[in-house]
Design a protein around this ligand. Structure first.
Ligand code: ZN
Ligand code: ZN
Length: 299
């Protein structure tokens, strides 16, 4: 999702269909939503953050503190993109027509009660209220809101993430926005573990044998598992904090162009299910699995 476009997404979706068994229902929805978002942002470009003190940012990173840059979202744009998503939802799955309508109504109420700029917390609170009121299940809420938030964040912070000194960063959370990662790439050249922020897209190299969530480096307490010997995706787990994240090995599907890891993540949600069934929680806080699914299989 670089440069504010979603143009690389359809190619990546095609690639992921070949690489992973279980893309599932998300594929049609994802294809539709990427197309709509692309059209939307071409007509309504998002403003990049104008004021940024690179020196101050570097000092923060050097002292081991995330910059925690969390720009507000323009309410009008958030609402418009949200509606594009519910439009796609109603189109691809007739059973979700009613849900889409309810979501639009809830959106109206939320926007009415909000100021012109939305903080990330405002958006999270809206998401949580939809789950609480059982308008959306957790997995769908995670999909919808991580798509919306990351679409805006990646564009607003695109030019900044290119200039920040990620090479000085050793932390587990994102040096730019402070979110905790959900996935990483083993780079195709050196096999180094490169974490990627699901929200703003910042990438940074992180010690391979180290938990990004609790900094545990005891290799006896760190492990990973895969599904059916797949060498591309693995779930890295930490038995000290009992959390997980996913790692994609680019050496196994080497491609010249950039990898859209967000799509790989969505194509491998069966790994998240397995991780949850094994008792690990997502260190990112992103719940891709409903509680009912976890308990279903345990019975
Ligand atoms: Zn980030
Ligand atoms: Zn840990």
């Amino acid at each position: 999702m670089r440069n504010g476009t979603f143009s690389g997404c359809s190619e990546e979706i095609k690639r992921c269909k070949k690489l992973y068994k279980e893309f599932g229902e998300a594929e049609v929805f994802l294809t539709g939503i990427c197309k709509k978002a692309d059209q939307y942002f071409q007509k309504n470009p998002v403003d990049v953050i104008p004021l940024f003190d690179a020196e101050e940012a570097e000092n923060k990173i050097r002292s081991g503190n995330s910059i925690k840059l969390n720009p507000p979202l323009v309410k009008k744009q958030f609402g418009e993109l949200f509606k594009k998503a519910t439009e796609v939802m109603a189109q691809v799955n007739k059973e979700l027509k009613h849900t889409a309508k309810t979501l639009d109504d809830k959106l109206e109420q939320f926007l009415k009660a909000s100021s012109d700029e939305l903080s990330k917390e405002d958006v999270y609170n809206f998401r949580d209220s939809l789950i609480k009121e059982t308008v959306l299940e957790k997995d769908m809420a995670t999909f919808l809101f991580s798509f919306l938030l990351s679409s805006f964040y990646r564009q607003q912070l695109d030019s900044i993430k290119e200039v920040i000194r990620t090479d000085l960063w050793e932390g587990g959370e994102c040096p730019l926005c402070g979110e905790r990662p959900h996935f990483a790439l083993l780079t195709s050249d050196s096999g180094a573990k490169q974490l990627e922020c699901w929200l703003c897209g910042t990438e940074w190299i992180h010690t391979r044998v180290k938990c990004p969530f609790c900094d545990n480096e005891d290799h006896e307490k760190l492990g990973y598992f895969t599904i059916e010997d797949s060498e591309i995706c693995r779930v890295n787990v930490c038995n000290s904090c009992c959390q997980y994240y996913k790692v994609f090995d680019a050496r196994k599907f080497h491609v010249g162009e950039e990898v859209v890891l967000t799509i790989h993540n969505l194509a491998t949600l069966d790994y998240d299910l397995l991780a949850r069934q094994e008792g690990y929680l997502p260190g990112s806080g992103l719940e891709w699995v409903n509680d009912s699914e976890v308990s279903d299989r345990q019975d």
